[in-house]
Design a protein around this ligand. Structure first.
Ligand code: URA
Length: 237
């Protein structure tokens, strides 16, 4: 059990002082009844509403992970190791999940969070949260590939893709791909349909988040306050 003002402040959305003011102004309900005092103690799993909007009292965690190849982007898997295995025990128990998937052999930026609302909003194509990837293919990429990506491709397997970016880099087999959506194996399927199968793929950015160059493969860190604020803005929270 924790004090109500602490539970609200733990969400990162209000200071302790602001949380106390919200409660005193009668703007907070717990399990359907208006809360009277910021000192009331509640289970963080109770149902909290602020101005009628649900607020999760459970501690929200946001981690940036440099995903290595060889792990699956899932919370559990019967046969294969998951990205959660990179975390210490106490962080395995707070309900973290990957916000968007990277293939087992893809590396790079992965956001792990237990904030379902945030993840849902970031992944919605409506929100225009672009993701960028470094890609290396078999063969050489050219302007015709860039043109095909930019018009929006319909693949032989029926996958309809939104317009995407393909910026050619100096080495002819490498490029930066920008996607606004994240369909299954999307980049691999788009490039395979151009006859240029992917040999290596790494996610560099997701909206305002960039993979921290100080993180080695398999390393993670909490988001900074600035990164979280920027994510909240693009998520409309
Ligand atoms: N596209 C892919 O094909 N794989 C990924 O992991 C991400 C985007």
């Amino acid at each position: 059990m924790e004090r109500l003002d602490k539970i609200l402040a733990n969400t990162g959305r209000w200071s302790r002082k602001e949380a106390r003011e919200l409660v005193r102004a009668g703007r907070v309900t717990v399990n359907g009844a208006v809360a009277v005092s910021p000192e009331e103690k509640w289970d963080p799993a109770a149902q909290f509403l602020v101005d009628g909007m649900p607020v999760s009292g459970e501690r929200l965690v946001y981690l940036m992970l440099h995903k290595p190849a060889g792990l699956v982007s899932a919370t559990e898997d019967p046969r294969q190791p998951t990205v959660l295995e990179l975390l210490p025990e106490h962080l395995k128990r707070v309900g973290l999940f990957p916000a968007g998937r990277l293939d087992k052999d893809t590396e790079g930026l992965l956001l792990l969070t237990n904030d379902g609302e945030m993840a849902h909003r970031l992944l919605s194509p409506r929100r225009h949260v672009d993701k960028t990837y470094f890609v290396r293919v078999e063969g050489a990429l050219d302007a015709a590939d860039t043109a095909a990506f930019s018009t929006g491709m319909t693949l032989g397997d029926g996958l309809v893709c939104m317009p995407a970016g393909l910026e050619l880099l100096e080495e002819a087999d490498t490029a930066i791909v920008t996607l606004r959506e994240g369909k299954y194996h999307q980049i691999k399927r788009m490039l395979a349909s151009r006859g240029k199968p992917v040999r290596y793929l790494k996610r560099l950015t997701m909206g305002p988040l960039s993979l921290d160059p100080a993180l080695k493969r398999g390393e993670w860190r909490p988001l900074t306050g600035e990164e979280l604020a920027a994510l909240r803005t693009v998520a409309g929270l």
